[in-house]
Design a protein around this ligand. Structure first.
Ligand SMILES: Nc1ncnc2c1ncn2[C@@H]1O[C@H](COP(=O)(O)OP(=O)(O)OP(=O)(O)O)[C@@H](O)[C@H]1O
Ligand SMILES: Nc1ncnc2c1ncn2[C@@H]1O[C@H](COP(=O)(O)OP(=O)(O)OP(=O)(O)O)[C@@H](O)[C@H]1O
Ligand SMILES: [Mg+2]
Ligand SMILES: [Mg+2]
Lengths: 257, 257
């Protein structure tokens, strides 16, 4: 099982939308996927039609030693399961901050589970922050997938997450972690800014940047309010086609371990 | 000087865009405004044409006892000044987490400065999180202004920030803090979702919701890349008109103290 952190400290760039829809498209194409909602906002949880707080979150493993396998819930989609989240996880940052092992505790839990896991991929939806939950995910993951909004602030933040990743790698917590890819999101073909940002990112990050670009699509904004992934809610929409193409490209870059 | 926290833990909803442009429009209408960038991403800092890291941030007051007055920098706009930010502030969450007074330290600093301040308003741009920096701002502020994106996840998160505010009030850190207003942002007249979210918020929060609705406007996305406020970058744009109207409505609700 490969563990992939979907992270970017910039808010509202499509982390949750990518976790849910890349997960659902990979599952539809036959991969077994677990989405771990690590954001106390629990948007991935509600986007997959769960009610935050009804099931235990990863908090139970991080703070109370529960077995990760018991936290995994099946979703309405075959091959796709979730570890839901709720607001209680927000309190865990302060609790973890006071523990010596805060950076590697999640890594220990997930790597122990990996030995018995029946999934090909685990996608971790991260909160918009530079805090302990996000760095824990970077310490636990094999790879980092960065959703990047085609906007100026998105570009500004890219160097920061790269720095944080380097810090986690050089700290010894996760020496082999690398950037799996950068996915451009909410591309608006009507503006020059979108094109300028895409060209700048491609110039600097070259083949790390996915060829698939996710367009701004009204259906993508609407699907979470129905608790459905985009390929179920509006399979013919531009958003659904883009995430299916992204899943195809993702599988080309990986062969499940 | 009234202290107003501009906060919402949901990412990408327009906190920075509102801090910068409400600030600039209030200043253009004659109010003296200080924008405090409390987000280590330092987006307000770069949107007002400062380079993050070139000037000391509020970190110097929170951790090293610097006088707040020495941190205030003039911007290119008359009546508008800034306390810039940089990535160093991210480290302060862990340092503050270990201090007993973490919730009220910012409040103490800003209330001491208020006695000598020559400004009418201080707007605090908060990071997208439920962490210590955001709760510090809620403990320090007289009022909370909530930018709310006209999307499903935006609506989901509203009850959480209201809960966090109540927690700060009942903790005794800031008993009188209240919600100043809710500003609907990135309204897209092409989608039903926008209208559904606006009506739901107006139904529950009634007159707390500003009449002014900020439309999705390409110019608003572009202006930060030029380091200019929208009323300077494209004064005739829908975004500029909306933030001027918001400033007018804001002044009607306040008389500077
Ligand atoms: N390609 C798209 N087109 C249109 N709307 C989108 C698209 N991707 C995401 N959205 C909408 O934009 C908003 C932000 O996306 P999302 O919540 O996935 O970002 P995020 O990075 O997870 O946010 P946060 O930082 O709060 O966790 C959501 O309301 C979502 O429905
Ligand atoms: N009304 C609008 N129309 C179009 N684009 C907008 C509008 N308001 C903000 N934006 C753009 O949307 C993105 C998100 O806005 P902004 O950065 O202000 O949100 P934020 O809440 O401060 O984000 P964060 O949670 O990361 O701090 C930015 O790229 C900004 O330029
Ligand atoms: Mg999210
Ligand atoms: Mg911001």
């Amino acid at each position: 099982m490969r563990i992939i952190a979907i992270a970017n400290q910039k808010g509202g760039v499509g982390k949750t939308t990518t976790s849910v829809n890349l997960g659902a498209c990979l599952a539809a194409q036959g991969s077994r996927v677990i989405v771990l909602d690590l954001d106390p906002q629990a948007n991935t949880t509600s986007a997959l039609d769960f009610i935050p707080g009804e099931h235990p979150s990863i908090y139970d493993s991080l703070i109370e030693d529960a077995d990760v396998a018991t936290l995994i819930q099946p979703t309405k989609y075959e091959n796709l399961s979730i570890i839901p989240c709720d607001l209680q996880l927000a309190g865990c940052e302060i609790e973890l901050a006071r523990a010596e092992d805060h950076l590697i505790r999640l890594r220990g839990i997930l790597h122990a589970y990996r030995a018995v896991a029946e999934a090909d991929y685990m996608l971790i939806d991260c909160p918009p922050s530079l805090g302990i939950l996000m760095t824990s995910a970077l310490a636990a993951a094999d790879e980092l997938l960065i959703p990047l909004q085609c906007e100026y602030f998105g570009l500004m933040g890219l160097s920061e997450i790269v720095k944080v990743l380097e810090m986690v790698a050089t700290s010894g917590a996760n020496p082999d972690v690398e950037i799996e890819g950068i996915v451009m999101t909410m591309a608006d073909s009507r503006t020059n800014l979108t094109q300028q940002v895409i060209e700048e990112v491609q110039r600097v990050f070259k083949s790390t940047v996915y060829n698939t670009i996710i367009p701004r699509s009204i259906a993508l904004g609407e699907s979470p309010s129905h608790g459905r992934a985009i390929i179920d809610y509006k399979p013919s929409s531009a958003g659904a086609k883009a995430y299916q193409a992204l899943a195809g490209e993702f599988l080309e870059r990986h062969s499940p371990v």
